[in-house]
Design a protein around this ligand. Structure first.
Ligand code: ADP
Ligand code: MG
Length: 642
């Protein structure tokens, strides 16, 4: 016998939920259904989000109502319109094979006339948000005098949203003998208080530890400087080519700004917040559900209770003001047994909040490092390779073109063709990221910021092993630019007029290099390179690993010409330019401007060589051979993700 049958659910319903993919009850369903089916208790069910609470109360309700009688017998109150629609759809789906079950969703922002008409037609189960429900009650358009069951779903949220009074008013229109079932992910004092107020001796079920995060969710945090936040966020997104995520912000404006930036940068993203009309919200949700949006940027209230399948990541672009909300946010992923990742992008000062959240959810965060530019490039490259490998070929349709295609490729080896296909996408990312800085704001870094310039720190923090009398310089050219050490030496000498003997060790990296120069020539070298560009990209020279950062930013930016230079941007610029032209014009809302770099490129750079994150500057020179310096500069907008 099907385990749902064993719990007392009839086959017509079981067959419907099997179609929804329910094979066996979740723990809360298993424990709650038998209790609720008895219909004789008030009930409090505490379980994390995504554990199947809707069916835990929805299935028993369907068993308990009398579908021959066409008046309201059950009322489900929930905090948001999205949730309201979701619950009513879920219940309708469970009831698919039952005749005469009428479920009506009542929520604000939609035409009340239609809802009134639906109610008039006869309904047994009303799913409602408190505001609109009260409105309809005030119009005396519904009669709750025979309601037997009231469900308060996401009770904690309803209280957070200030629905206490509305709920009081609504419940006062229902009979005293009704049973009240309260579901919540968390049990703050306020919820405990309403449980006491509305219920008599409720059966209480707590699944797992109260307030404990879903075990399927991993929690990570990244520490970045405020001005690097957007860039860091984007990099995390790029590092996860298959991301299907919800990004939480604190304010409506922030959601809009980020969504706009993302769209300009070529992502499929949109914002969801309380200022949208219902129609707009529906549209956004529909696009997200259908996955024509890859990223949904939302406020807490707007995204409450959203149940979209297979959300891979929840990103806390800003941490919530209320710790409890973190649970709600992260609960959008890791649903129905799937795994998910909840990410917080924070600044150094917010680490204590992470500790608080850890206490609340009873789970540890992992401190993660913002991927390096090359990590991203590599990840994207292999995502593309896998995609090519696994793409479904429509043999019939493509057959007719094959001879011509073959013809076109006749002069290319298999290897050449593969390289070219890969380069199609790869070049863009390479271009975006080739000069990308390390965005991790390490604790170390902070110390440097604060005491910058006050001591002669070069000795302490400069890279070890600089030859006596020499200063180590950074240059934003490297192996990817097809330089060998000898080439670079020649290039330096030719452009500066200093002799090869004045140049010391040369340390070639992927997208940048270090070279030593006799200390007396440092200024000469930096000055000499100021007007110089390499394939349209400013060449930047900086003293490596020291505190000149404060003035560097300005200096760097002043060199080179207008539009072009930002594409060169070099160290800080790689990120910035990724959106191509538009991005820049959208104005530095998110650290897009040059300011970001003023924190001393040196610090970051020095971590480039050794730290775990920086170690990723791998050498892609071989792969870039036929990509002349300028050839990919027209990539402009980022590709759209499907
Ligand atoms: P909660 O209200 O606890 O946050 P939901 O009721 O929204 O969780 O359920 C989360 C997801 O799990 C939904 O997509 C739902 O369809 C699915 N689900 C619920 N019960 C089961 C089950 N027994 N087997 C498989 N999937 C389930
Ligand atoms: Mg729910």
């Amino acid at each position: 016998m099907n385990p749902f049958n064993e719990l007392g659910i009839r086959s017509d319903i079981v067959n419907a939920i099997i179609e929804l993919g329910f094979e066996k009850p979740t723990p809360i369903q298993e424990s709650a259904i038998p209790v609720l089916l008895s219909g004789s208790n008030d009930f409090v069910g505490l379980a994390q989000t995504g554990t199947g609470k809707t069916a835990a109360f929805g299935l028993p309700l369907l068993e308990l109502i009398d579908s021959d009688k066409n008046f309201p017998q059950a009322l489900i109150l929930c905090p948001t319109r999205e949730l309201c629609l979701q619950i009513s759809n879920d219940v309708k789906n469970y009831a698919k094979n039952l005749s005469n079950v009428n479920v009506v969703a009542v929520y604000g922002g939609a035409n009340i006339v239609n809802q009134l008409r639906d109610i008039k037609r006869g309904v047994q189960i009303v799913v409602a948000t408190p505001g609109r429900m009260k409105d309809i009650l005030n119009r005396k358009a519904i009669d709750f005098s025979q309601v037997k069951y009231v469900v308060l779903d996401e009770a904690d949220e309803m209280l957070n949203m200030g629905f206490q009074e509305d709920i009081d008013d609504i419940l006062s229109t229902t009979p005293k003998e009704k049973k009240t079932w309260l579901f919540s992910a968390t049990m703050p004092r306020e919820v405990r208080a309403i449980a006491q107020k509305y219920m008599t001796d409720p059966k209480e079920l707590t699944m797992g530890t109260k307030n404990t995060g879903n075990v399927n969710i991993e929690h990570e945090y990244y520490i970045v400087k405020a001005r690097d936040k957007y860039a860091a966020f984007k990099r995390i997104v790029d590092y996860n080519p298959e991301i299907f995520g919800i990004v939480f912000c604190r304010t409506k404006i922030e959601t809009q700004e980020i969504a706009e930036h993302l769209v300009k940068d070529g992502y499929n993203a949109d914002s969801l917040h309380g200022d949208l009309s219902q129609q707009q919200r529906d549209k956004v949700m529909k696009r997200y559900r259908e996955r024509s949006l890859q990223l949904l940027i939302a406020t807490d209230v707007a995204a409450r209770g959203i149940d979209v399948n297979d959300v891979t990541h929840v990103i806390n672009y800003s941490l919530p003001d209320e710790i409890e909300n973190y649970t709600h946010r992260s609960g959008r992923t890791g649903r129905a047994g799937k795994t998910g990742i909840s990410i917080a992008i924070i600044n150094q000062k917010e680490t204590h909040k992470i500790r608080q959240i850890e206490k609340t959810i009873g789970k540890q965060f992992t401190k993660a490092e913002i991927p390096t530019g090359f990590d991203v490039v590599e990840k994207q490259l292999f995502a593309l390779v896998h995609k090519v490998h696994n793409v479904e070929v429509n043999e019939k349709q493509i057959d007719q073109y094959i001879p011509r295609i073959m013809d076109e490729f006749a002069d290319l080896s298999k290897e050449d063709i593969i390289k070219r296909f890969a380069s199609l996408e790869f070049n863009r990312f390479l271009d975006d990221y080739k000069n990308a800085p390390d965005l991790n704001a390490s604790a170390d870094d902070r110390g440097r910021d604060s005491d910058r310039g006050e001591r002669g720190e070069r000795g302490e923090r400069g890279p070890r092993g600089t030859s006596a009398g020499f200063t180590r310089l950074f240059i934003n050219l490297g192996a990817v630019d097809d330089f060998t050490r000898g080439d670079l030496l020649g290039y330096i000498c030719n452009n500066t007029g200093i002799s090869g003997r004045s140049v010391g060790k040369i340390d070639m990296k992927g997208v940048f290099s270090f070279f030593e120069v006799e200390t007396e020539f440092v200024e000469k070298v930096t000055e000499a390179f100021k007007p110089i560009d390499f394939h349209g990209r400013d060449v930047r020279i900086e003293v490596s690993g020291d505190a000149t950062g404060g003035s560097e930013g300005g200096e760097r930016r002043s060199s080179g010409g207008g539009e072009r230079r930002s594409s060169g941007g070099g160290y800080g610029g790689g990120e910035r330019r990724s959106g191509g032209g538009d991005r820049r014009s959208s104005g530095g809302g998110y650290g897009g401007g040059g300011e970001r770099r003023s924190s001393g490129g040196g610090d970051r750079r020095s971590s480039g060589g050794g730290s775990s994150s920086g170690g990723g500057f791998r050498d892609f020179s071989g792969k870039r051979k036929d990509d002349g310096g300028g050839s990919s500069s027209d990539s402009g907008n980022r590709r759209r993700r499907s």
